[in-house]
Design a protein around this ligand. Structure first.
Ligand SMILES: NC(=O)c1ccc[n+]([C@@H]2O[C@H](COP(=O)([O-])OP(=O)(O)OC[C@H]3O[C@@H](n4cnc5c(N)ncnc54)[C@H](OP(=O)(O)O)[C@@H]3O)[C@@H](O)[C@H]2O)c1
Length: 219
């Protein structure tokens, strides 16, 4: 699987890139600027001690990938989606975006359609398999490739693509477990959990709050 991480140069993207590359996946870091994508890929490869990650611009990354992961701030959500719409056709698209209130990250301002992931589906069209995932993992823990990440990742969206994305999430390692939350509509509940985790991080002066779901049958 070739995975493109659009906006993979920021907080959330590099940890995913490092961990998936380490697990044997082919990763391309995307940026608005090709040179910035290349520079971040070089830095990540230095950390891995191997040339496993490629960097380029978002459009080229999306065109080359089988699975496209979006990690940009919500203010850039629709603009970035529109810029790669053509390149996403027929592919799996994983939206990590959270529509945080720009004035207070302890809250979300949900889009009219219900959630950022449903908005992605609306912009990209019905032939893109949109999956909502990875909103509830701390970028801080992800970025330390040796850190334990004691948390579940709720995954909802396209029922054919969901198992593939869940397998990919289980490859992140560190104790992360993917939990299916059904259709894309569940993103309306999943995305705001991030605002709650930010609130808990602030209250406890940490960067590591996460969730575990209990009481479900073992799969
Ligand atoms: N950070 C976390 O702990 C965390 C946890 C869970 C979910 N999330 C969600 O994941 C998403 C990414 O978070 P993040 O913290 O990684 O964001 P970030 O570091 O602020 O930004 C990620 C990348 O997005 C691109 N970007 C920034 N502004 C842009 C704009 N106006 N237009 C287009 N691209 C722009 C930049 O890449 P280029 O300059 O290279 O284009 C930047 O490196 C957000 O929706 C966030 O809510 C974050």
């Amino acid at each position: 699987m070739k995975i493109a991480i659009l906006g993979g140069t920021g907080e959330q993207g590099p940890g995913l890139a490092l961990r998936w590359a380490k697990a044997g996946e082919e990763v391309i870091v995307g940026s608005r600027q090709k040179e910035k994508g290349e520079k971040v890929a070089i830095e990540l490869n230095q950390e891995l001690g191997q040339e496993l990650i490629r960097g380029t611009d978002n459009v080229t990354a999306a065109a080359a990938a089988d699975i496209i992961v979006l990690t940009v701030p919500y203010s850039a959500h629709i603009g970035t989606l529109e810029s790669v719409k053509e390149q996403c056709k027929g592919k799996i698209f994983v939206d990590v975006s959270v529509p945080l209130d720009p004035d207070n990250a302890r809250r979300t301002i949900m889009p009219e359609v219900g959630s950022a992931s449903e908005e992605a589906q609306q912009v990209l069209g019905p032939d893109v398999k949109v999956v909502c995932a990875l909103q509830n993992i701390s970028a801080h823990l992800l970025r330390d490739i040796n850190a334990t990440i004691d948390c579940d990742v709720l995954v909802c969206g396209d029922k054919d693509a969901r198992p593939t994305v869940m397998q990919l999430i289980n490859k992140i390692g560190g104790g992360i477990k993917a939990v299916s939350a059904g259709p894309l509509e569940a993103a309306r509940q999943i995305e705001p959990i991030t605002a709650l985790l930010i609130r808990l991080n602030i209250l406890n002066k940490v960067h590591s709050a996460g969730i575990r779901i209990t009481g479900l049958p073992e799969k």
